[in-house]
Design a protein around this ligand. Structure first.
Ligand SMILES: Nc1nc2c(ncn2[C@@H]2O[C@H](COP(=O)(O)OP(=O)(O)OP(=O)(O)O)[C@@H](O)[C@H]2O)c(=O)[nH]1
Ligand SMILES: [Mg+2]
Length: 442
């Protein structure tokens, strides 16, 4: 399958005419564990499979810091070349981000395409973009990724088309022309996206006039976000066992028990080390999350490390300025868990466990969501000692902070919190009906 924007670049990141055989490379840098590296490679293997290629072997190395020229050590480069020859692999993919220089040096030393995780993720995004805006965002991210690599090739006089030094391959001039063309294209895409964004803002204003609160489903890729939207609203969104199946947001109206209806939006999934260029290019799509009244954070409870997924998602949320939006954690795929998610729910206060696929636990989810939405309009005042950073953090996480100020050697926090959170934090809650004194709950 070919993409128009890939054709525009004159090459594809991963050829899909046959299933490529790929050697995965993982480097354990100082401060990290081998287990983290293996987990990362397992995920990379899924990404590669989603992109349409096969893992043929994996190689790992421990290093204090990346080698500036090859990322891995020179001896490891030789070993990698041997492995590629022995199993007839076409491409190597690093789980770590390669600089354009490292990528170029590796390709020369190995005589094969060397890619990093970012390139694979971009490739999957390119396959899954369907709307005009999604396609423009992906193309922009790909061109931004390509540009510095193109320049590198030009300096060295290396043809990426296989010509090589001194042959008919594209020379300096040709690459300069390509480079300028790409830059012009980037500028045009940025303009187009701004226009699309303006339309979107107008639409959103229309919505806020409708008075409906916005609830946005966020979460790790493949956590079951689209399945949940479908289960709650019969939206008919594509849900499948592939990474980044959803790129374009879908919004549906959802009625909450005993409450106002809300607008529920399913959007692009996150992943550990989501390439910065993609976040940058997908800004307009991701803005939906930062402007939401509530985030439903769907977590795959059956994954090996749900807490790692939660951390990765929160990192992206912080990067897009959505970390101050109240977060409601939903552990999905409870049907795969022996205790149906009970221990996870216990660990994460205020969370629920559901099976979106088998439609279990959805009533509790809706009731809890209705409670959280009601709480959004109710402001609670707390007095928290300075040293209780943990309490301040959980107020930020569970609710929406209206104001924080110093008062009597403590922090006076005004926040919109759910009944459940108020109950848990009651030793810090100021009883406003009683002239501002602390309530005494024993
Ligand atoms: N066992 C089980 N599988 C589920 C559940 N919910 C979703 N799945 C499966 O998980 C896979 C991913 O589901 P999606 O709804 O596409 O996940 P997503 O979060 O929208 O994924 P992306 O859009 O790719 O980021 C599909 O194969 C679903 O059938 C569940 O509750 N239990
Ligand atoms: Mg989806």
């Amino acid at each position: 399958m070919s993409n128009p924007y890939q054709e525009a670049l004159g090459q594809t990141l991963i050829e899909r005419t046959f299933r490529e055989r790929i050697v995965l490379v993982g480097v354990t840098l100082g401060g990290h564990t081998d287990e983290e590296t293996e987990d990362g490679l397992d995920e990379l293997s899924l990404l590669i499979d989603t992109a349409g290629a096969d893992e043929a072997a994996r190689l790992t190395q421990r290093r204090d810091a990346p080698d500036p020229a090859f990322y891995i050590g020179k001896g490891k480069v030789d070993e990698l070349r041997e492995v590629c020859l022995a199993i007839d692999a076409d491409t190597v993919v690093f789980d770590n981000e390669l600089t354009p220089g490292q990528q170029y040096n590796l390709e020369r030393a190995l005589g094969r395409t060397a890619l990093d995780r970012t390139a694979v993720i971009l490739d999957i995004f390119a396959q899954n973009a369907h709307t005009q805006e999604g396609k423009a965002q992906v193309e922009l991210a790909m061109l931004r990724y390509r540009l510095p690599r193109l320049r590198r090739g030009a300096k060295a006089g290396l043809s990426q088309q296989g010509g090589g030094i001194g042959t008919r391959g594209p020379g300096e001039t040709r690459l300069e022309v390509d480079r300028r063309r790409i830059m012009r294209r980037i500028e045009k895409l940025e303009r187009d996206l701004k226009d699309l964004q303006r339309t979107r803002v107008t639409q959103r204003k229309g919505r806020s006039r409708s008075g409906l609160a916005s609830v946005v489903i966020v979460g790790y890729t493949n956590a079951g976000k689209s399945t949940l939207l479908n289960a709650l609203t019969r939206a008919g969104v594509l849900a499948e066992d592939r990474l980044f199946a959803t790129l374009d947001p879908t919004t549906r109206r959802l009625s909450l028990p005993g409450g106002e209806p809300v607008l529920l939006t399913d959007t692009v999934g996150f992943i550990r080390q989501l390439p910065h260029g993609l976040i940058e290019s997908f800004k307009s799509t991701l803005e939906v999350a930062s402007e939401a009244d509530m985030l439903v954070h769907v977590v795959d409870g059956s994954s090996a490390h749900p807490e790692h997924q939660i951390t990765a998602v929160r990192e992206v949320l912080a990067e897009i300025g959505a970390d101050s939006v109240p977060e409601f954690i939903v552990f999905n795929k409870a049907d795969m868990l022996e205790d149906h998610g009970a221990s996870l729910v216990e660990e994460y206060h205020g969370s629920v466990a559901v099976s979106a696929l088998q439609q279990q636990g959805l009533d509790t989810l809706l009731r809890r969501l209705a409670d959280r939405m009601r709480a959004i309009s109710q402001v609670t005042e707390l007095l928290v000692p300075f040293e209780r950073g943990d309490i301040v953090a959980s107020v930020h996480r569970e609710g929406e902070v209206v104001s924080i100020e110093e008062a009597d050697n403590r922090l006076r926090i005004r926040a919109r919190l759910s009944q459940a959170s108020v109950g848990r934090l009651r030793e810090f809650v100021v009883d406003t009906s009683n002239g501002g004194n602390l309530t005494n709950h024993g």
